[in-house]
Design a protein around this ligand. Structure first.
Ligand code: SAM
Length: 385
């Protein structure tokens, strides 16, 4: 998802962490629905300030050491041990502390065909449209464009008859300009070598922009055959083909801007993936509510890469219906994010169907403006997991 940071790096950054505090007496609260699971205690401290230990450098230091040491132990656990309920409870506890104390920051990292199950669900939604219908889709936080072109590829491959009208929006003008050009480097980048970085940046270098914030290639999830279908390749450069560029309006904009609805109009599908986790939870909540208003009543919102507590709270309060079709596959469809849990704030908690709120907690797609019943897609004929 973004540059991986080792536990050691986390420790350093968390010394200046400005996350908010665990509950009053230093006992870390269990997550909703975890009442029967063990709790873990941290030493008590005065947290009269809402940020962890802001009055206490010592507390931050203790927290940092505790997370660092715990992380080292976690990394040595086998998958079967991690899967035990007591270990999972400990993972949730660590995750909670990591999120509370994280220094969140935005990244441009992205992948083509990042989550196959998500693309499959989009295909199924497009399939519900009548022949030749208009299909309005907005992709927020589009970064380098990989997600936009991947989604256009999924829809146009399945339903070339639809009048697909896409808004691709990011808060960075620079990255929108790069995405619009649709030209990428296929090779690992020399420009990322620190001595070349400044010059590459100045030139708006394709190689530098392609590699920016990536710890793996943007193309790592795409087969050679798919590259041939989506790109014109010349040497090390891959340029998006014209059939995937049509119908896209690229815009610089803020997903949290209440004026966005007037600018783009109501949408059949809004995609808000993997950027809300980089905001502080109260900002992410406000932003997500604004994003929900962009969706036509009865249509669909895709939202992943966000703290699950934030998404669940907003979904319940706004009465969004979780889509159960492919919910588990989508949740587990992006391995890089799953691998980050519980030591990175952007890591994704494993799907746990023992939780009473699992249907809403692990849904990544919602029907907006409908009564809050979980649902499968009409006519999909697939059973819920
Ligand atoms: C990690 S990338 C996500 C890329 C893509 N959505 C994906 O899932 O692969 C995060 C992107 O969010 C953009 N971003 C951050 N805050 C935003 C906001 N308030 N409105 C729109 N874009 C935003 C950043 O500029 C960055 O390009």
């Amino acid at each position: 998802m973004n540059k991986s940071s080792s536990v050691v790096e986390f420790e350093l950054s968390s010394l200046t962490a400005n996350g908010s505090a665990p509950a009053g007496h230093g006992v870390v609260p269990t997550l909703a629905g975890d009442e029967n699971l063990p709790t873990f205690s941290m030493p008590a401290t005065d947290t009269s300030d809402p940020k962890i230990g802001t009055g206490s450098k010592i507390m931050r230091r203790i927290l940092s050491i505790y997370i660092g040491q715990s992380g080292r132990v976690w990394k040595h656990l086998s998958p079967s041990v991690r899967n035990r309920s007591v270990t999972r409870a400990w993972g949730r506890h660590l995750d909670r502390l990591v999120r509370l104390s994280a220094d969140r920051q935005q990244y441009f990292a992205t992948f083509f065909l990042r989550n196959r199950a998500e693309l499959e669900l989009l295909h199924r939604l497009a399939d519900q449209k009548p022949q030749g219908a208009r299909f309005d889709m907005t992709v927020l936080a589009c970064s380098k464009g990989a997600e936009v072109y991947s989604m256009v590829w999924a829809i146009r491959t399945a339903r070339p008859d639809l009048q697909l009208n896409v808004h691709a929006i990011d808060i960075s003008q620079e990255i929108v300009d790069f995405a619009r050009r649709g030209v990428y480097s296929l090779s690992g980048s020399d420009a990322m070598a620190s001595e070349n970085e400044e010059a590459a940046k100045q030139k708006g270098d394709v190689s530098w922009n392609t590699s920016r914030d990536q710890n793996a290639s943007m193309f790592e999830r795409v087969s050679a055959q798919e590259i041939e279908v989506m790109f014109e390749t010349k040497g090390n450069q891959a340029t998006i083909k014209p059939w995937l560029r049509q119908g896209i309006t690229w815009m610089c904009g803020d997903a949290g801007d209440p004026g966005l609805l007037a600018a783009i109009g109501p949408q059949d599908v809004v995609v808000a993936n993997r950027f809300l986790c980089h905001m502080e939870p109260p900002d992410a909540q406000n932003c997500l509510r604004n994003i929900g208003r962009l969706v036509k009543p009865g249509e669909y919102l895709f939202v992943t890469g966000i703290d699950l507590d934030v998404r669940t709270k907003v979904a319940l309060e706004e009465s969004w219906s979780p889509i159960t079709d492919l919910a588990r596959e989508i949740h587990e469809g992006d391995t890089s994010i799953l691998a980050g849990w519980p030591l990175e704030y952007w890591g994704l908690e494993p799907f746990d169907d023992r939780r009473p709120d699992s249907q809403i907690r692990y849904a990544s797609v919602f029907r907006v403006g409908q009564a809050s019943d979980s649902r499968e897609l009409a006519g999909s004929g697939r059973s819920q997991r």
